[in-house]
Design a protein around this ligand. Structure first.
Ligand code: TXA
Ligand code: MG
Length: 330
């Protein structure tokens, strides 16, 4: 299959691009598109054959449910039932935006493979003009996980999607770099108090200002993981990644130690290390691109330097710890 990439930012014939994307989606195939968090790999959420193509293209385990994207709160409400007052308040406060709400699905609304046959579903209204226009023209709910190969860093550029999906999907809508750079916050509103299953740009504090106390999934370890995706390895570059305290002397010594063994080191950090073989920037916006850049080098080992201030950034630390599989350099 040939994968076409259309630039929707600069395209003169925009209407035609969307018409093409809509036609592909309605015919039961998949299209990658930008959102404000990361690129998504979309298919008609009511068509199980179309949805199965997402799992196939990503190599995603079938027990990991997908997020459904809709164009408005009203559209979301047609697909769910027993919606809590807190879920409604979150919709008003954060949609369109980077917050996915887990709610009770109206039975039979989505294809069974969207929700991995759970009776709940994760829904959000993305805050991106291309995603919103696509949803508006499509008039169907769009199941869309991040558009990366399963286990790899999520795509923040159309080039990342092309790298992972070339030959596997018919169309990528290129809307430039995504603004936020990590996936949405996932909030389970089917329990009381609601639980953050995945931290993201929308913080616990911001949510608590709107609906009062919420729990974090990590504080809730006694229960079986409610978000099936949490048990899988994530965001991992090819070379082993280690976290390291952001102390220049410590990092310089680590670089020297690894290089003495004849190995090459890439450092992902807010500062540059002249003795490292490669340096890449570290921030929420740049993390995934930096992890992917490491893959295009011959680095044998990657160090990600963790600032003390960064430890307060739940979402960034969550992705870093997963990418490193919780390993610290010592
Ligand atoms: O920012 C995002 O959320 C991106 C963009 C494309 O919107 N999408 C995304 O989707 O990250 P995905 O499929 O890669 O992540 C979905 C997460 C997984 O951790 C999954 O396990 C969880 O949401 N999830 C989905 N449905 C769920 C449900 N019914 N109950 C619990 N967790 C659910
Ligand atoms: Mg993902």
């Amino acid at each position: 299959m040939k994968t076409e990439v259309i630039s929707v930012d600069k395209n003169v014939d925009e209407e035609k691009c969307y018409a093409q994307a809509v036609e592909i989606l309605r015919s039961g195939d998949v299209v990658a598109f930008p959102t404000e968090t990361v690129y998504g790999l979309g298919a008609d959420a009511t068509n199980s054959e179309a949805v199965s193509k997402i799992f196939e293209a990503k190599g995603r385990p079938a027990d990991n449910p997908l997020i459904v994207h809709v164009g408005s709160k009203e559209a979301a409400l047609t697909h769910v039932q027993e919606v809590s007052a807190k879920a409604l308040q979150c919709m008003d406060a954060f949609w369109p935006g980077a917050l996915t709400l887990i709610m009770q699905e109206k039975p039979g609304t989505f294809a069974g493979n969207v929700t991995a046959n759970l009776d709940t579903v994760g829904i959000r209204v993305p805050n991106h003009p291309v995603a919103l226009k696509l949803l508006q023209e499509l008039k169907l709910p769009l199941a869309a996980p991040s558009a990366n190969t399963s286990g790899k860093p999520s795509p923040t550029l159309a080039e990342h999607v092309y790298h992972d999906m070339n030959g596997k999907i018919p169309l990528i809508l290129d809307g430039g770099a995504t603004e936020i750079g990590i996936e949405s916050t996932v909030l389970d509103t089917t329990c009381e108090p609601p639980v953050i299953l995945r931290p993201g740009k929308v913080s616990k504090e911001q949510i608590e200002q709107v609906i009062g106390m919420v729990r974090s999934a990590s504080q809730n370890k006694t229960n079986a993981p409610k978000s099936p995706g949490m048990k899988y390895m994530h965001y991992a570059p090819s070379a082993p990644l280690y976290l390291i305290e952001n102390e220049a002397r410590l990092i310089e010594k680590a670089i020297e130690y690894v290089q003495k063994k004849g190995k090459r080191v890439a450092v992902i950090s807010e500062s540059e290390y002249p003795t490292a073989d490669y340096n890449f920037p570290l921030s929420t916006e740049s993390l995934y691109a930096s992890l992917r850049k490491c893959d295009s080098t011959d680095a044998d080992l990657i160090l990600a330097s963790v600032e003390s201030g960064m430890q307060q950034n739940d979402a960034l630390m969550n992705r870093l710890e997963k990418a490193a599989d919780h390993k610290w350099f010592s």
